[in-house]
Design a protein around this ligand. Structure first.
Ligand code: CDP
Length: 205
């Protein structure tokens, strides 16, 4: 397939969007962009004293594979820079161009269905209860060697949920056309299979 086909996946912190997105992209042979990494890349520069708007305007895709971007501190910094409209505006064109590239693309984030690609052919809102999401994130952080207490991870998840949902610029919410996938009671394999089924149906329809 050479025509653009966009799979847009939104959802709150640690809902499993990353895993689902990577698996959907691999299944269909689409490119994948974790847009949270763009905000994390701005956030980490702010932690090093750079102005957030300058950091966003100067951002390049190089270095998005830096494992430090996955830390809990950088996640909080990302959600703080993400409330700034100029930061969001600076990252818009790159995301839209990625979405419409030939051969298909999967983008995951907070505002992909609502702002970045509202015309995306397949739209999903992947969610889970705050406790389940905090458990998953805690396990990920432990595996990275970040020894954070579970209660701290749960508090961070709730804090980011509130900041991401209550901000004026592109708040986190399901688009009217998104298929809501609550993964609280699902294994990863079940969540992936459900997401692939949604995309398959859109490709055939
Ligand atoms: O992986 P996790 O779900 O914890 O977070 P992420 O997707 O890496 O996003 C980090 C932060 O960036 C979020 O808490 C949002 O504040 C922000 N973000 C956003 O505002 N818009 C996006 N499209 C993606 C992330």
């Amino acid at each position: 397939m050479t025509e653009p086909f966009t799979v847009a996946i939104d959802g709150p912190a640690a809902a499993g969007k990353g895993t689902v997105s990577r698996a959907v992209a691999a299944h269909f042979g689409f490119a994948h962009l974790d847009t949270g990494l763009l905000y994390r890349a701005v956030g980490i520069q702010v932690l090093h004293g750079v102005d957030p708007i300058d950091a966003a305007r100067g951002l390049t895709p190089d270095g998005l594979d830096n494992p430090d971007l996955r830390s809990a501190d950088v996640a909080q910094a990302a959600s703080k820079v993400a409330v700034i409209p100029e930061v969001r505006a600076a990252l818009l064109d790159f995301q839209r161009a990625f979405a419409r590239r030939a051969g298909g693309a999967v983008l995951d984030g907070r505002d992909i269905c609502t702002v970045i690609v509202p015309q995306a052919e397949a739209q999903l809102f992947v969610t889970a209860s705050a406790e389940v999401r905090a458990k998953r994130r805690w396990a990920e952080l432990q595996a990275r060697g970040d020894d954070v207490a579970f209660d701290q991870v749960l508090a961070d998840v709730k804090d980011r949920d509130a900041r991401d949902s209550e901000r004026a610029a592109a708040p986190l919410k399901p688009s009217e056309t998104a298929h809501v996938l609550d993964t609280s009671e699902m294994t990863i394999d079940e969540a992936v299979a459900a997401a692939i089924a949604v995309v398959d149906q859109k490709r055939k329809g």
